[in-house]
Design a protein around this ligand. Structure first.
Ligand code: FE
Ligand code: FE
Ligand code: ZN
Length: 289
């Protein structure tokens, strides 16, 4: 299999479940992929026994995917960054714990998590809440799954808006070796990082969390200009970041071993990933819309 570790978000649905997810990834010409173990927007989760995991894993092996580079995304509803409502906080922690265990149940090693919103309780309280929740989860999950905190666009009171803040969170936990980050190009552009200056962004990562902590890159163009704090993804080359800058991210030798995952929008209800992956392989934009 070629070296470029590229894939996309894929679905998981009846009747083929995980087997269908792997087939979908293969159909796009991917070398890795990302999936949710249930609906992204809620915490309802089917039992693992139902999800054709063995069949999916057999195909993963047969196809030569590296299982350690396959990514699970935690449901959006988890918010561990404030304790305004103790019930919600406890719920978020137990949903996260369950999701870490489910990730291990698929044989996967990386779980992407949105760090959450502090909701007017302040950044310091946000950090404290995240650290306590991660400690609670990682003290009892009994797995070797790593949690990748995703960089966010800075909408409202979102946490995870700088690598310095990520470093503060990671270093304050009792389990820094089990926490890393996921860099989303749309989100950090919306958060005022210039993707055209990706080498200096990587220097920034290196000098804060460390490059070894960069576990996933989400490759998305942005509908909005740099610093807009909007979080609206666009297809590669059709947004404000542009194809060339994103192509350079994907081919950057410093992050060769990091899985790159597309989360660009569907067009006419169809996933764009096959053509976008092809464009990245060829390092050439093609006007397909
Ligand atoms: Fe995300
Ligand atoms: Fe993302
Ligand atoms: Zn986003």
């Amino acid at each position: 299999m070629d070296k470029l570790l590229i894939g996309s978000h894929v679905s998981m649905s009846a009747p083929k479940y995980y087997l269908g997810s792997v087939e979908e990834a293969i159909s796009y010409g991917s070398t890795t992929f990302m999936f949710y173990t249930g609906a992204p927007q809620n915490a309802f989760r089917s039992p693992l026994e139902k999800l054709k995991i063995e069949e999916g894993r057999a195909l993963i092996k047969e196809h030569g995917f590296d299982e350690d580079k396959i990514v699970v995304h935690a449901p959006y509803i988890i918010n561990i960054a404030n304790q305004l409502n103790q019930n919600n906080y406890e719920m978020a922690k137990s949903v996260l714990l369950n999701e870490v265990k489910r990730t291990a149940g698929f044989g996967c090693k990386i779980l992407v998590l949105h760090p959450g919103s502090h909701v007017n309780t302040g950044v310091e309280n946000g950090i404290d809440s995240i650290v306590k929740a991660l400690n609670w989860v990682l003290s009892q999950d009994g797995t070797d799954v790593k949690i990748a905190l995703e960089t966010m666009a800075g909408k409202g009171s979102e946490m995870g808006t700088s690598f310095e803040q990520m470093q503060e969170i990671i270093s304050k936990t009792d389990y820094p070796e089990r926490i890393g980050i996921c860099l989303d190009t749309c989100h950090i552009s919306d958060n005022n990082y210039d993707i055209n200056e990706f080498e200096s962004i990587l220097d920034n990562v290196e000098n804060t969390v460390g490059l070894d902590k960069l576990l996933v890159v989400h490759v998305n163009d942005s509908k909005n200009p740099i610093g807009s704090h909007k979080d609206r993804h666009e297809n590669l080359g059709y947004g404000e970041i542009g194809f060339d800058a994103l192509n350079k991210v994907v081919h950057n030798p410093r992050i060769e071993s990091v899985p790159k995952i597309l989360e660009t929008p569907f067009v006419d209800d169809k996933p764009p990933y096959k053509i976008e992956i092809e464009m990245l392989r060829n390092s050439e934009f093609k006007d397909w819309k």
